[in-house]
Unconditional design. Sequence first.
Length: 213
Amino acid sequence: MSKPVDTVVFDLGNVLIAWDPRRLYRQLIDDEARMDWFLREVCNSAWNEQQDAGRPWSEATALLRGRYPEHADLIDAYHLRWEETLVGPIEGTVSLLAELKARGVRLLALTNWSQETFPIARQRFPFLQWFEGIVVSGEERLIKPDPRIYQRLLERYAVDPARTLYIDDSQRNVAAAEALGMQGWWFHEPAGLRARLGELNLLASAEGGAGHG
C-alpha cells in the first residue's frame, strides 16, 4: 500500500511565478518576428540555461557580445533588465500554496534559476518565505533533470520520496522526480493541480473547486 503524501515540492518558474523574456523584449524590439529570431538565435533558452547552471552573467553576456556585436545592447538588457522578464505571481497556484501551508503540509522548492537573479525574486515574492527550503540550481551548479539535484534536495531536507509530490511545468523534470520514487505532477494550470492535491487528501474537501484557478 502506498504511503500518504505529506510533502510537496514545487518548481517555481511558470508554476508559481510567470516568467517570459518576451515581456522585456517587446519593449526593445518593435517587430515580433525579429524579436522571435533574437530569442531563438541569440539569447536563447540553451544559453539562459547555462546561467541556471551557475555560469556568471558577465561571462554569458560577454560571450554573446563577441558573436553578435551589433546586438550588444539587447544582449546586455537580458541581465540588466532581467526583472522585467518576471510577469508576476500565478495567483491560482499561490492560493494553493497558502492552503497547503495552512494545513501544515511540508513545503519545499526545487528550481532552475540563476543564483544572481534569484535574490530579486526572493525580495519581490513574499510567498517564497513559506518554503522550509529552496534548492536553487545556480547555487548548486546542477540543473534539472540531472538526478543529482533532486538527490541533493532529498538528502538536505531528509525527504522520503515515497511521501512526496513533485510539481513542475516541464515533463522531463517530472519524469526525473518520478524515477527517484516521488509522485509527479506535470503542471499546466492551477485547477488541475487543485484536483490532484484533493485526491491526495492534501486540501480540505470543503475547499472550492476549479474556480480558484
